[in-house]
Design a protein around this ligand. Structure first.
Ligand code: 2P0
Length: 359
């Protein structure tokens, strides 16, 4: 591809782009990576709706000669945030070989989440996908290189992945798959692909209520957790297991088989945490309240026959997955029996959504 460089004798007018991009919840988990943000196994996720990041990217042409530096102002919830700025700077620096025009601009990123900061809800998927979409909009506005919507989404997913692996799945409505697998033509380790057309309608009216067991920052980051998989004696069998579970889950999601869906999804969540517990060094992100919730969900399902299942991210919070028709019953179950396990009684109500939108 020709290098994307702006003509400084004919600079673009200052402008801005704004994207709103959601979080996602993995059903088959990505845990273990290699090379430049490439996954050890394919993963499948539901795209969420209520947990999102809004990112505004303002730009204007820089004055003066190319000094190789990126000029970046960064605001999180209207305030400067040096830690987040450093992350974004590292991300954009990595893109310069293919998007050199980014250092010709003065960039101002103004970003904020729909959920409270330090609520224990990861913002890397929504945050990095929103930023990736803004950068692709910029490229297309200047160079017209991403006119094809599929090309736009694919490049956005590649960039999001470079920012944070799981972020590449947030680009698509309803559901997405990341990682090359023979089960899905066109799948790739470099970007996620949309899966909304491959899943039963049940999963498009699906809820994910996130029970916030702890708002504390995790003692071990996901980046460190992925790295520990390299020495984990169960790593290879785990990657094989993820592949076979993915095939089974895709079949269950195609037909709308909730019991099979739930069995795979719950075991995936516990496998993720088991891998953490048997890493060297070992660590534990689950809290006693996480386990109490899991036990209560199992009992509630046995008592009522309601199709409600749990999953977990890389943290102590428990996600409750269930079809829309159960919303009244499950919200009552949460209020009566589960809220007592949540820090400050906080529950983030979410559901499967339509993917990112340019605002
Ligand atoms: C996932 N998680 O599939 C898995 C399961 C958490 C639990 O990917 O290092 O923030 O930025 O690529 O994507 C969280 O890790 O890690 C994650 P990086 P990421 O969603």
């Amino acid at each position: 591809m020709s290098r994307l460089i702006l003509d400084s004798s004919n600079p673009p007018e200052p402008g801005q782009v704004v994207w709103r991009s959601p979080s996602n919840i993995a059903l088959v988990k990505y845990w273990g990576k290699h090379g430049i943000q490439l996954p050890r196994n394919p993963s499948l996720s539901l795209t969420l709706a209520a947990s999102y990041t809004d990112t505004q990217l303002e730009y204007e042409m820089r004055d003066g000669p190319d000094d190789g530096l990126i000029e970046l102002d960064f605001l999180f919830q209207e305030e400067e945030n040096e830690a987040f700025r450093a992350k974004v700077l590292e991300f954009i620096t990595g893109l310069l070989p293919t998007m050199p025009f980014l250092k010709q601009l003065k960039l101002t990123v103004n970003t904020g989440n729909s959920f409270p900061h330090s609520a224990g809800i990861a913002s890397s998927a929504s945050g990095m996908s929103a930023l990736a979409l803004c950068l692709c909009s910029l490229e297309d506005r200047f160079f017209g290189t991403l006119q094809d919507p599929q090309a736009f989404d694919q490049k956005s997913s590649v960039l999001a992945r470079l920012g944070s692996g799981s972020a590449c799945r947030s680009i698509f409505p309803h559901a997405a798959l990341w990682g090359a697998t023979n089960d899905v033509p066109g799948s790739s380790d470099e970007f996620a692909v949309p899966m909304g057309d491959q899943i039963h309608e049940t999963f498009k009216d699906f809820h994910d209520d996130i029970l916030i067991v702890s708002r504390e920052e995790k003692p071990v980051s996901s980046r460190a957790g992925h790295a520990l998989m390299e020495g984990n004696p169960y790593a290879e069998p785990r990657y094989a297991q993820a592949r076979s579970r993915l095939a089974n889950l895709l079949e269950a999601m195609g037909t709308g088989d909730l019991p099979v869906f739930g069995k795979i999804v719950e075991n995936e969540a516990l496998t993720l945490h088991a891998l953490m517990m048997c890493s060297n060094p070992s660590y534990t992100l689950l809290r006693p309240d996480s386990l109490a919730i899991i036990e209560k969900v199992r009992q509630y399902r046995a008592d009522t026959g309601h199709q409600v299942y749990f999953t977990l991210d890389a943290g102590p919070n428990v996600h409750l997955l269930y079809p829309g028709e159960l919303v009244v019953d499950i919200r009552k179950f949460i209020d009566d029996h589960l809220v007592e396990h949540c820090e400050g009684g906080f529950v983030q109500q979410d559901w499967v959504g339509e993917g990112p939108e340019e605002v």
